[in-house]
Design a protein around this ligand. Structure first.
Ligand SMILES: *[C@@H]1O[C@H](CO)[C@@H](O)[C@H](O)[C@H]1NC(C)=O
Ligand SMILES: *[C@@H]1O[C@H](CO)[C@@H](O)[C@H](O)[C@H]1NC(C)=O
Length: 498
């Protein structure tokens, strides 16, 4: 795909620029890092700044390790949980605006939590590999800080939720693995955990399910290009979410790259790379903002199966809610969950599997599978949704595909199914009529669609639809047929839906 060269360009541009500008800084950082790890825990001043989010936010209120009075001064409330936001690699040495947005949203939706920002900017604003090396130390800082909270005010680590973005996801993982004792941090959420220098590493060298009682991750920009990807592709959590397959996100495409560059110059590239990477953050914020629009995701082996609508099951933990309100089920093995989203907030879509049994009587010719469906629900209707089956329709076979809707149509009551006719096929029929003139008015072969079986992912409802007119089952190009609910026919009820 064409946008990836842009990304590598950016990465190398940033790394290169940084390396040139900060030639001396690199060595300095390494030195300080060595000094740092030699220090004992109780002697050291943590390099990470812990800012308690206060309303209205300025810079947050600094809570200083080993200084109890700062907890009081900042109104840290030890009887409610702590959510700590951990930022990632920094290109410009400033906290990105999403950090404040996330903090404000958490606080506005959940008054009864402490929201803190772990500010490790001076260690993140480095040549990327140096920033990566620093993630362990920052993880140790956070672990030390949480141990201090536990020792000084009996604040339980199980009430801590770390939300780490990009490199911050691995920082959070290291915090979880460095914290002493057998008890773990309550929850870690990794938002598009960084890929370069972490992909394929052992669980101890990156975020992993062992790092907290519950770990979830949202992967939004994992497409590899020249061996590099921004986000990590492999599962790193109990539940790993891959919106739109996880490789890239709607609304972040190449055209937007050019627009961004035209509009913002070279920083436009940063905006574009950030678009898909940072989508993980906005999906999470969305889950806080829209209680009634929680995105559901479904366990699937791969995106191709998912795209055929074959993975919309919720049995035995096969589905879960993306974001803050996830069901915290600990499973033995990581689960990859897939979902589609809109390009903008609210991101939720409604997933449906359609299974249509076609009988193609036109044996000579594969039917070009271009159809539209109109869905009539109890709340809303959706008209003329295009469906293109990947393969041509041949013989006598069932086809399965995924349909997603931006709106909640309520319960699906009726389907109008239209074959967007192709000239090629019409010509074929004309030819048949020319060769066999008496065929006019008699039996005309076509496509037979007897039933449409539908499964709604969000409600888990299964429905069967039958052709409204039993005697006129043939579908011809540019024709539309109406299908109505027919589960009550006992014969159909027995049918297994897979
Ligand atoms: C801490 O939170 C609890 C529960 O919301 C509340 O009752 C209490 O007043 C808070 N304490 C302070 C000091 O704000
Ligand atoms: C389609 O296949 C089914 C079973 O596979 C068979 O019972 C049916 O007769 C076939 N229909 C046509 C029109 O070939």
């Amino acid at each position: 795909m064409r946008h990836f060269p842009f990304f590598s360009l950016l990465l190398f541009f940033c790394l290169g620029a940084q390396a040139n500008a900060d030639g001396g800084k690199k060595k300095e950082a390494l030195d300080s890092q060595h000094r740092y790890t030699r220090m004992k825990k109780d002697q050291r001043n943590l390099q990470t700044k812990f800012r308690l989010y206060t309303d209205p936010a300025e810079e947050g209120c600094l809570i200083v390790f080993n200084q109890m009075e700062t907890l009081d001064r900042c109104n840290f409330n030890s009887s409610v949980p702590l959510v700590m936001i951990v930022h990632g690699w920094s290109v410009d040495g400033m906290l990105e605006s999403w950090v404040w947005k996330m903090a404000a949203t958490l606080k506005s939706k959940h008054k009864e939590i402490n929201v803190m920002i772990a500010d490790w900017l001076s260690f993140a604003h480095q040549h990327y590999p140096i920033a990566v090396q620093n993630t362990r130390n920052i993880g140790q800082d956070i672990a030390g800080f949480l141990e201090w909270l536990e020792d000084s005010i009996q604040f339980s680590r199980s009430d801590v939720h770390l939300i780490g973005y990009s490199l911050g996801a691995h920082v959070s993982g290291f915090a979880g693995s460095y914290i002493s004792g057998t008890n773990k941090i309550g929850r870690i959420t990794g938002l598009d955990p960084a890929g370069p220098l972490f992909e394929g590493m052992s669980p101890t060298d990156r975020l992993s399910p062992d790092d907290a009682n519950f770990v979830d991750a949202i992967h939004t920009f994992t497409k590899q290009h020249m061996g590099l990807s921004v986000g990590i592709e492999q599962p790193v959590a109990h539940f790993d979410f891959y919106p739109n397959g996880g490789t890239f996100q709607p609304g972040c495409h190449i055209m937007h790259v050019y627009n961004h560059i035209a509009q913002y110059g070279i920083t436009g590239i940063t905006q574009t790379v950030k678009c898909a990477h940072e989508r993980s953050v906005h999906l999470f914020i969305d889950s806080l903002l829209h209680d009634d629009k929680q995105s559901m995701a479904y366990w699937c082996n791969d995106i191709h199966k998912f795209d055929k609508g074959m993975c919309l099951s919720c049995r035995k933990n096969r589905c879960n809610t993306l974001g803050y309100h996830i069901r915290k089920e600990r499973l033995q093995k990581s689960r990859r969950l897939f979902l589609k989203t809109r390009a903008n907030m609210p991101f939720k879509v409604y997933h449906y599997q359609f299974k249509i049994h076609f009988i193609n009587e036109i044996q000579e010719k594969q039917v070009e599978p271009t159809f539209t469906v109109s869905l009539i629900g109890t709340k809303e209707d959706v008209e003329n949704l295009p469906i293109t089956l990947v393969e041509g329709i041949t013989g006598n076979k069932t086809y399965s595909f995924l349909i997603t809707l931006d709106i909640d149509i309520g319960e699906l009551m009726m389907i109008k199914f239209k074959w967007e006719g192709t000239a090629v096929w019409e010509n074929l029929w004309d030819r048949v009529q020319t060769i066999i003139p008496w065929s006019k008015g008699i039996y005309r072969p076509g496509l037979i669609v007897k039933t449409i079986r539908v499964k709604a992912g969000e409600t888990q409802q299964k429905m069967t639809f039958c052709s409204q007119s039993i005697d006129n089952v043939h579908l011809h190009p540019s024709q539309e047929k109406t299908f109505v609910r027919c589960e009550n026919r006992p014969r159909r009820l027995k049918r297994k839906f897979r």
